[in-house]
Design a binder for this molecule. Structure first.
Ligand code: FES
Length: 167
């Protein structure tokens, strides 16, 4: 009688072990399926969403003239543009993109030059090349003053090297 009771208890234990092992394996299987479905959904969403690069607007405000002191060069990093206010007070906007292979140049105030870190091109404050492999001067963009007294740069309008904005 006692042996029969022990056998029954052992069978019950084995049955419980089997159930918990089955539950464990089913859980892992369900988890794997869930991860697979979620991964497929994310990849599908990425594939179906438009591959658009957001560029900043070509025409933008850069503040009032008073923000710029005469004889200053101010780099607008987001737009990759220098706002130059000459000692005489007039303005012009130069592209900060090197005309060699498109690296972003830097203003070197101690030397009064714009220098490209990639292959050594140098430009004077008017954007004219003075050294290096750059084939052309830096582009100059149209500037204007809007109705609210704000300076506006239009990168879609490339102007000659003698065009300035007098305010
Ligand atoms: S990209 Fe400026 S010198 Fe080459």
């Amino acid at each position: 009688m006692d042996k029969e009771k022990k056998d029954n208890e052992q069978k019950n234990d084995e049955k419980e072990n089997l159930i918990s092992r089955r539950y464990f394996l089913e859980s892992i299987g369900a988890g794997a399926i869930g991860v697979t479905v979620l991964g497929a959904a994310v990849l599908s969403a990425e594939y179906l969403s438009p591959n658009v690069v957001k560029e900043p607007p070509m025409k933008f405000k850069v503040g009032p003239p008073e923000d710029y002191s005469p004889g200053s060069v101010t780099k607008n990093i987001e737009q990759k543009v220098y706002i130059v206010r000459a000692k005489e007070g007039y303005f012009y906007a130069l592209s900060a993109v090197c005309t060699h292979l498109g690296c972003i140049t830097n203003w070197k105030s101690e030397q009064d030059i714009i220098a490209c870190p990639c292959h050594g091109s140098k430009f004077n404050i008017d954007g004219q090349k003075i050294a290096g492999p750059a084939p052309r001067p830096l582009q100059r963009f149209a500037m204007s003053l809007d109705d609210h007294g704000q300076l506006v740069v239009d990168k879609s309008a490339i102007v000659g090297s003698d065009v300035v904005l007098k305010v």
